[in-house]
Design a protein. Structure first.
Length: 584
């Protein structure tokens, strides 16, 4: 039933439910005074103004600034016995806005919010207007669920979503089936259902949406980049960047600030790079986010590394390492001392291999210490040290301190400089098993890299146990795979010596694989174990070509060989092997 704005102010019944089936409620003003949100004098002042202009008491209180909308909204909604709607852009499904014409929404002062099954929630200033509700049901063909919102809030948001290009929340309209919750002391941002987004904001919803979609697409990184006309958000899926969304340029700073808040970073600092981390729950699953910001000429760029524990295994037997290579790696890890290296470019799975090696050899009888930057995953029975540049704790400084901690096994996250290389080799020579990574093209390149870093060749020869080189190649998408005959030129470039008349597989590209033709990745590996002949070569400062020749003569299987075997088994394509492996 519509309310009569000319009712006497003393009644204050303009917000009181009048349906006979509802129990009589205390008047709004009395409730606010009783809750210590309003004084009796302030209420009297508001009643006098209401008697002059005939406005509703709640609107008068808001105009006078005596009560905030957030505090007043639950009381008013309770009077109507309907849910309150604290209007935010993130609450609105853009598809529902189109169910009613802009002219109708402005004339009737209504705003469609979202639809759950056959029920449309509509914000209105008078939820007791039954003829209006019947009219809305007739127009939309849906059951109408009214929600109370203040007139000023409705008019303010209508100007935003009806008169301009409403795009921000088109990407967050499908959050009804998802949940993203930030762990820690920060505010809970759980998004269990669209109807629970009353307190949401478009920026928070957008960031949550990006995290949710990244996890669903099994992305390893989220890139948020500033542009001249819009921001660009890209996901790294299977090692390749794909474009996700393009938010408006004017909210880029807000997106960056939200991510900084999540990572407990300084939101006021825009000129210096920053690092942070946080943990979120995505649909009940724990996800770790490593956050990095860097200033660019157009604004700050953010990269979030997505570490999904569900997709990881720290079991060497489950990494897909070929049996011969796996046996050689386990042989190296069984040594009581020496240097074992894992090489490959960034993002090739070196850290996962090292963690898996640690899991294999750890026990209560061994003191295992790691030095990492940063510590990506916490392992039981392992003492993990994180590098801290702010406290001048570098790899070589931490490594020297660890040597005084009576370690049996030391894992160095990465040998980056001469000092770290020298200390790591010295530790391997003095009775410790040292595991670490290097950025080299293949296993043979690790030997010359250490020498180039200033480590004496005879020390490298004495310390080295073995080197595992690895890459990740994309697997052909099972939904769009097709057979084909590769060109002779491609087979020649790969030095392929198998059956050249056979077919291989590739992906044509489909929606499932984002038109890439690939879905998921698998490792290719080569392992080089040090024997007496290799040690003599290293001590004589042999070139990398000589070491590679020795490795090949010993029957070693290269990265390229391993990749070609996967192509023959129709797991990956020859083009992918050519892209990732190196044909010398």
């Amino acid at each position: 039933m519509s309310q009569n704005p000319s009712s006497p102010p003393s009644a204050m019944h303009s917000y009181q439910a009048t349906a006979p089936s509802r129990p009589l409620r205390r008047l709004l003003g009395e409730q606010l005074v009783g809750a210590n949100l309003l004084s009796a004098e302030e209420l009297e002042q508001a009643l006098q103004i209401q008697s002059q202009n005939g406005s509703r008491i709640g609107e008068v209180l808001l105009d006078l600034g005596l009560v905030s909308e957030e505090a007043l909204l639950p009381f008013v909604a309770d009077q109507f016995d309907v849910p309150p709607a604290r209007l935010r852009e993130g609450l609105i499904d853009p598809a529902c806005i189109k169910l009613l014409s802009p002219e109708y929404q402005k004339a009737r002062l209504v705003l469609p919010l979202f639809k759950v099954r056959g029920e449309l929630t509509v914000a209105m200033s008078d939820p007791d207007d039954l003829p209006l509700i019947d009219e809305l049901e007739s127009i939309t063909g849906l059951t109408i669920r009214p929600a109370f919102a203040f007139r000023a809030a409705l008019e303010r948001l209508q100007r935003r979503v009806l008169d301009s290009d409403f795009q921000v929340d088109e990407v967050t309209a499908d959050l009804d089936a998802a949940a993203v919750e930030l762990n820690g002391d920060l505010a809970n941002v759980e998004l269990a259902a669209v109807e629970d987004l009353v307190d949401g904001s478009p920026v928070i919803n957008l960031v949550n949406y990006l995290i949710l979609q990244a996890v669903k697409k099994q992305a390893s990184d989220i890139h948020v980049e500033p542009g001249k006309r819009c921001s660009i958000v890209r996901f790294r899926v299977d090692g390749q960047l794909i474009e996700a969304v393009k938010p408006r340029r004017d909210i880029h700073a807000a997106i960056v600030s939200r991510i900084k808040v999540m990572g407990r970073m300084d939101i006021a600092e825009h000129r210096m790079p920053q690092d942070g981390r946080c943990q979120v729950l995505v649909e009940g699953k724990e996800i770790d986010l490593r956050i990095s910001t860097i200033p660019t000429v157009l604004g700050e760029k953010v990269v979030m590394r997505v570490l999904d524990r569900r997709r990881l295994t720290f079991n060497l037997d489950e990494l897909g390492i070929p049996n011969r290579t796996l046996g050689g790696l386990k042989e190296a890890l069984a040594r009581p001392h020496g240097l074992v290296l894992v090489t490959g470019p960034t993002g090739s799975g070196k850290t996962t291999t090292l963690y898996s090696a640690i899991e294999l050899i750890k026990s209560v009888h061994r003191n295992i210490v790691t030095v990492e930057d940063p510590v990506e995953y916490q392992l039981e029975l392992v003492n993990q040290v994180q590098i801290d540049s702010h406290r001048d704790l570098s790899f070589d400084q931490a490594l020297r301190s660890i040597l005084r901690q009576d370690p049996d096994v030391i894992m160095v996250g990465e040998i980056r400089d001469s000092e770290t290389a020298k200390v790591a080799v010295q530790a391997a020579l003095t009775g410790h098993l040292v595991l670490s990574t290097l950025h080299t093209n293949d296993s043979a390149g690790a030997v010359t890299r250490l020498v180039d870093m200033g480590v004496e060749p005879y020390k490298v020869a004495s310390a080295l146990v073995g080197v595992l080189a690895q890459r990740l190649v994309r697997k052909v998408c099972p939904k769009c795979r097709t057979s084909y005959y590769p060109s002779i030129e491609l087979l020649d470039s790969l030095h392929y010596t198998g059956d050249r008349s056979r077919t291989f597989v590739k992906g044509e590209g489909c929606k499932s694989c984002y038109d890439t033709g690939y879905q998921g990745r698998i490792g290719i590996y080569e392992i080089m174990l040090a024997d007496q002949h290799l040690r003599e070569l290293i001590a004589r400062e042999a070139s990398v070509e000589m070491v590679r020749r020795w490795f090949k003569n010993q029957g070693g299987e290269s990265l390229l060989d391993c990749g070609l075997h996967l192509a023959e088994r129709e797991i990956t394509s020859l083009d992918e092997v050519s892209r990732v492996a190196f044909a010398e």
